[in-house]
Write a protein that binds this ligand. Structure first.
Ligand SMILES: N[C@@H](CCC(=O)N[C@@H](CS)C(=O)NCC(=O)O)C(=O)O
Length: 228
């Protein structure tokens, strides 16, 4: 069976990494089962992959790290299972979405939820998490919390491009979800798993899409463990 090393919080069943969620959704889309193995920052158990980030996928003798590379690998290795999610032109579209998430959306979502994540990472990871994140943002996590409303407003404005698309289509993939949907949804799932903060207001045009995503694959994302 395919194995995936997955970031876990203090509670080993608490899995909130957006990059790992992308892969779990991609695997479910392909109808592939996976055994997920909890991993905490610094744990040596992924050293065999030659780098220090999750997700890491192990499929027999093959080891792949990085969520985008894993998605591409799955499409190539399992071309016949369920409609490929990165078919032809959709690879380029998904790549655009991946970069939009990485450069525009994730930096702001992190600013909103990182002050909450610190409370939920494994106690041995707390100092590392605080130091690296405070260095990245150039401020104390407590000061980041004070900027939350400003960051939520900025996210609200960024999501306009999603509203404009999802107001016309059921999914970014059109009538069915594809990897673009998983790339975006994984960030909402990240926030949902660690925080009570809603990234958009009640009644937002994005709500029906989010609801559809939560219910996919027998409610896999909806059933996931949330903040503790
Ligand atoms: N580009 C990578 C990013 C993976 C990544 O940043 N993973 C985080 C977990 S959400 C991680 O492993 N962080 C380790 C660390 O910060 O030391 C991907 O798409 O898989």
């Amino acid at each position: 069976m395919i194995k995936m090393y997955d970031l876990a919080g203090a509670d080993p069943e608490h899995r909130f990494s957006p990059y790992c969620w992308r892969v779990r959704l991609a695997l479910a889309h392909k109808g592939l089962s996976v055994e997920t193995i909890p991993w905490r920052y610094h744990e040596e158990k992924i050293a065999f992959s030659g780098q220090g980030f999750v997700p890491v996928l192990v499929d027999g003798d093959i080891v792949v790290s990085d969520s985008w590379r894993i998605a591409r690998y799955l499409d190539e290795a399992y071309p016949k299972s369920k409609p490929p999610f990165t078919v032809a032109g959709s690879v380029a579209k998904s790549l655009f979405i991946k970069h939009w998430m990485g450069k525009v959306v994730h930096p702001v979502v992190s600013r909103v939820i990182i002050p909450e994540i610190i409370k939920q990472v494994h106690p041995l990871n707390r100092d590392y998490f605080r130091n690296t994140r405070e260095q990245r943002f150039g401020m104390r996590l407590e000061d980041l919390s004070a900027e939350r409303d400003k960051n939520l407003q900025s996210l609200h404005a960024s999501f306009e491009v999603l509203r404009a698309t999802l107001g016309e289509f059921q999914f970014l993939g059109g009538s069915e979800a594809d990897f673009s949907d998983y790339l975006v949804f994984a960030a909402f799932q990240w926030a949902r798993c660690v925080s009570q903060v809603k990234l958009f207001p009640e009644g937002d045009l994005l709500e029906p899409w989010l609801d559809r995503m939560l219910k996919m694959f027998d409610g896999m994302a909806q059933k996931a463990r949330r903040y503790t």
